[in-house]
Design a protein around this ligand. Structure first.
Ligand code: MN
Length: 216
């Protein structure tokens, strides 16, 4: 909320009321999906594997909200769990636990012990992505506090940045909208880090731009 407000937005918190999803989508100009516990793997057709804290009401609410926002073409910024919710709601899936064998095995540390504001690993930003346009920079350092990650990207989405071990660190909807998910936590970094602040500033700009287009 502080980052959105520092960038000129007006931040509201939405109670997880599934019956209110349609009304929320009419009222808001954009949504930030925050970090949190694990999405119930039932949503991507799997049995639980070292699943941690699950919040059933929040899962159901956020998955509906993502789908309605995508249909309304409203801007989305998904952070950590928010990226995972975005991918699952749009038809993708995730690795349930990065401590289990993934791909060719070797993974860098994605659950740092350093302070939250402190970046601990590099990400490689894909040329031509929305993220590359926001940053104008091919390599950036980010923090890392996740034990899950994207496996299959949802249809219509592409990876926007990867870590050196191949883990998807950012994903976005193809096309010219603003639907971006990041696996790190910019909300812990933006006060000290211009790149992370730019994510929130770009979201607020995209929300404003879309609202102006709809009015005219
Ligand atoms: Mn990471």
């Amino acid at each position: 909320m502080e980052a959105v407000q520092a960038c000129g937005g007006v931040a509201l918190v939405l109670p997880a009321a599934q019956s209110a999803v349609r009304e929320y989508v009419e009222v808001v100009d954009a949504v930030v999906f925050t970090g949190g516990g694990d999405v119930d793997p039932l949503y991507f057709g799997e049995e639980p594997v070292s699943t941690q804290r699950v919040t059933p009401a929040r899962d159901a609410f956020e998955i509906s909200l993502v789908r309605e926002l995508l249909a309304a073409r409203k801007p989305i910024l998904g952070i950590c769990r928010g990226l995972q919710v975005l991918n699952i709601a749009a038809g993708g899936d995730i690795y349930q636990d990065l401590s289990l064998p993934v791909g060719n095995g070797f993974l860098i540390k994605h659950r740092q012990n350093a302070p939250g504001w402190y970046p601990t690993h590099w990400i490689e930003v894909h040329a031509g992505s929305l993220l590359a346009r926001i940053w104008g920079q091919a390599r950036v350092r980010v923090n890392s506090f996740h034990h899950q990650a994207v496996r299959s990207l949802a249809p219509g989405f592409k990876a926007a940045a990867v870590a050196s071990d191949g883990v998807v660190e950012a994903m976005e909807l193809e096309g010219d909208g603003f639907v971006l998910g990041v696996q790190w936590h910019p909300e812990l970094m933006w006060a000290k880090d211009t790149y992370q602040r730019q994510l929130f500033a770009s979201l607020v700009e995209a929300a404003e731009r879309r609202k102006t287009q709809v009015r005219s």
